[in-house]
Design a binder for this molecule. Sequence first.
Ligand SMILES: Cc1cc2nc3c(=O)[nH]c(=O)nc-3n(C[C@H](O)[C@H](O)[C@H](O)COP(=O)(O)OP(=O)(O)OC[C@H]3O[C@@H](n4cnc5c(N)ncnc54)[C@H](O)[C@@H]3O)c2cc1C
Length: 453
Amino acid sequence: MKVIVIGSTLAGTYAVQQIMNSHPDTEITIYEKNDNVSFINSGISMFLAGDVNELTDLFEVEPKALTDLGVTIKLKTPVLKVDAENKTIQARDLKTGETIKDTYDKLIVTTGSFPILPPIKGIDSEKVMLARSWYDAKKLADVSKDGNTVAIVGAGYIGVEIAEAYSRIGHQVILFQASGQVLRKYHDVEYSDEIVKDLEHNNVKVVLEETVTEFEDAGDKVIVKTNKGVYSANHAIVSVGSSPSSQLLNGIVDLGKSGEVLVDEYMRTSHPDILAAGDVASSYDNPAQREVYIPLGSTAVRQGTILGMNIIENRMKYIGTQASSGLQLYGVTTVTTGLTKTNAIKNGIDAEKVVMRTVYPLTTEEGTTDEDVLITLTYRKDNQRIIGGQMRSRADVSQTVNTLSVAIQNNMTLGDLAYVDQLLESSDRPFNILNFAAQFALNNEVNSNSKGK
Ligand SMILES: Cc1cc2nc3c(=O)[nH]c(=O)nc-3n(C[C@H](O)[C@H](O)[C@H](O)COP(=O)(O)OP(=O)(O)OC[C@H]3O[C@@H](n4cnc5c(N)ncnc54)[C@H](O)[C@@H]3O)c2cc1C
């Protein structure tokens, strides 16, 4: 069987490796518009902070590992057109300028997403950059000089992580967010407020409720104008979200509201010979119970692998997502899974949450200490099913939120989680923190019900 893969970062690379693993006779050609495969862009902030020495350390798979499997890779060769009726693609070899035509039995579209560029005057200035690709990372490293001031537009994951990275190497940072809250999509205000405090404590000026309207070049500076003020920086970075790169399939397959390629649980599009995965595709949000567009690396890896398993016959279902994600800023881990109460209500769910502060053990070479932890459980009021959770601590709470993701995936209620079997950590900690949080939520429900009587 002849397979063409368009785009080879996470989803594409995982799909290819899975296919060659289970069906080594498949003839695969990858078309990739960049000159590299599998760049882990989540490592850009670590590179800027100096935690990763070489950009080359951020490639997950060397092209040779794929060619050794028998895969043909055409780098710097963007696909320009798909003809689904005749099962052909047209691509341009940017090295020679030559136009290439190729045929396929199955087409895999893993073209990912592209950064949204808001309509800000002067955004095309050389001093305004992105933080997305290998080239962006290299450009950012090239312009980074001691004592620089960097303006970052957008306080989602990328903006916040890059602000932290620059502040750790002594740069001044101004972080702009049009709404009143950083990381608003993923966290409740209790978490965002603590993150803002940490950023400000580390010389990041967090400017909330201001919209950047213009960049103006001024010698070695860029002037950043907002609806409320004027700021000056050496360079600016725009990170306000991403959109699916689905243009090639426009009019060929069904697309969702954000332009994402709609896929079923076997990663099939509405066209029988075209499959898609990763940032270009939809995924099913389990707690919200609907198809959504949530571009995440974790989803790209899972969907890519599952797509690979299903290339010949339907073998493995994608079971949807809780969009679990997290970040570590100044040594504090902040993690989330499922829906916040605000997002649940936006999805038409009558939701409640409990917020609890307790302690969590942090074990290092020096011994074990108790660290403060903030934990939130979000649940449906109608059936007490758990639909989300967040945690924040100096201790590594990421595995606990992963457990919560499994609980949401399996439709557990507060009652289930309150007494589910967990190992006895110590005599003074008879219940695990998740048991404890669910018990707290159950008490909260009993109290609010009795008040209501
Ligand atoms: C700075 C940063 C930090 C992030 N941090 C995290 C994190 O901590 N956790 C997390 O889960 N996610 C994170 N993400 C998101 C994550 O990186 C993406 O979800 C992931 O890269 C998606 O992988 P993908 O393979 O679907 O798409 P992409 O990574 O977008 O790759 C698509 C590939 O397709 C190629 N392509 C596109 N069009 C064509 C064409 N016409 N012809 C040929 N090739 C084409 C592109 O060149 C690219 O190589 C981060 C993203 C960024 C930018």
